[in-house]
Design a protein around this ligand. Structure first.
Ligand SMILES: Cc1ncc(COP(=O)(O)O)c(C=O)c1O
Length: 349
């Protein structure tokens, strides 16, 4: 029998709890997605594209990079899109990490970082996002021997913590031989980005973004990154020419062209819904971590709210990380979800 590579057999597949999510009966507050569908004219345009009978043609994306460049202010030659930011994380690891080299990963954090690190055969050096000072934890990890890459989840999923941006910029400059991958998946909610502060981008920095959150395209799978052209050139050898489907490409360009209306959702969540949910939690003395994103981590949420939310058809995310036993992460949706969540919180003991 031919053999599998040992570091692959040693891994476990990442199985996010997707079961039953296609039911439209439940309120989905478990994956930090946009809760409201995209505006109908955008959906109609996408449906029209499907009806136009071009699915048999290989994708071509000429309209997309100019839209991302206009949105980010980053030149097209510094941009790359991929099949979700998940694919881009994997491509980066494959481009820069040799087996056995060290990578600094936040913990607890988004599971795909460790998955991609293991695929690359990297040695994982965790830094503690539950520490009183996560910056100090990251700084210590950067000093460990053989660390070639640091991933920063900005803000961190699931804690919601955002590292101080000025401090982070200093660290990026202080360590020109370490790759910094800064994942800004929730930027439209946190309103904090390195892209506005660093022009041109330092050669050792990659900023990741996604269309899966505020832009409401999680099902279509598309994300992008901004980096030095040298990184983009290498990654183009790894990402395939058709890895992003044409519908996703069309949709991403469309939501960016209509970003004014699409982005209103972020303001609705952060300025209206989230403060109301926080107030309701405080009233019930249910602890939560301060968060810069569209979700809240409740360290004792499972015991206080888990069953109650489930009974009422509200899906929150029970945390499986050993440091977060009993914790619940609740995504904050738009106005159409608020009454149902507040009503459930009122019933909490
Ligand atoms: C921090 C973080 N990065 C990346 C992603 C995934 O993005 P995509 O859907 O573009 O692969 C997520 C999704 O939950 C996330 O929380």
């Amino acid at each position: 029998m031919p053999r599998f590579r040992p570091h692959i057999t040693a891994m476990k597949a990442y199985h996010p709890p997707l079961e039953g999510r296609t039911s439209t009966a439940d309120l989905l507050l478990d994956f930090n997605e946009r809760s409201a569908p995209l505006p109908q004219p955008i959906l109609d345009t996408l449906a029209e594209w499907c009806r136009a009978g071009r699915t048999q043609v290989y994708p071509e994306y000429s309209g997309l990079l100019p839209c991302i460049a206009a949105y980010t202010g980053v030149p097209e030659s510094h941009l790359l899109f991929g099949n979700g930011s998940d694919q881009l994380i994997d491509c980066i690891f494959r481009a820069v990490v040799e087996p056995g080299q060290g990578v600094a990963l936040p913990a607890p954090s988004f599971a795909m970082y460790a998955q991609c690190a293991q695929l690359a055969g990297a040695r994982i050096e965790e830094y503690d996002m539950l520490a009183a000072d996560p910056c100090a934890a990251l700084r210590a990890a950067l000093e460990r021997p053989g660390v070639v890459l640091a991933l920063v989840s900005q803000p961190n999923n699931p804690t919601g913590h955002l590292l101080n941006t000025e401090w982070l910029i200093q660290e990026i400059r202080r360590h020109p031989d370490i790759w910094f991958i800064v994942d800004e998946a929730y930027y439209e909610f946190s309103r904090e980005t390195l892209l506005d502060r660093l022009r041109p981008l330092p050669a050792n920095l990659v900023v990741l973004r996604t269309f899966s959150k505020v832009f409401g395209l999680a099902a279509l799978r598309i994300g992008y990154l901004a980096a030095d052209t040298s990184m983009v050139e290498q990654l183009l050898k790894i990402r395939g020419p058709y890895d992003v489907n044409q519908l996703a490409g069309q949709a991403a360009a469309l939501v960016l062209r209509h970003r004014e209306v699409v982005l209103r959702y972020a303001a609705e969540v952060m300025d209206h819904c989230k403060p109301r949910v926080e107030e309701a939690l405080r009233k019930k003395k249910i602890a939560f971590l301060p968060s810069r994103a569209n979700y809240l981590l409740l360290p004792e949420g499972e015991a206080r709210l888990g069953a109650l939310l489930r009974e009422r058809g509200l899906r929150a995310r029970s945390m499986t990380h050993p440091r977060l036993t009993g914790a619940l992460r609740i995504s904050i949706g738009g106005k159409e979800t608020l009454a149902q969540l507040l009503e459930a919180l009122r019933k909490a003991e």
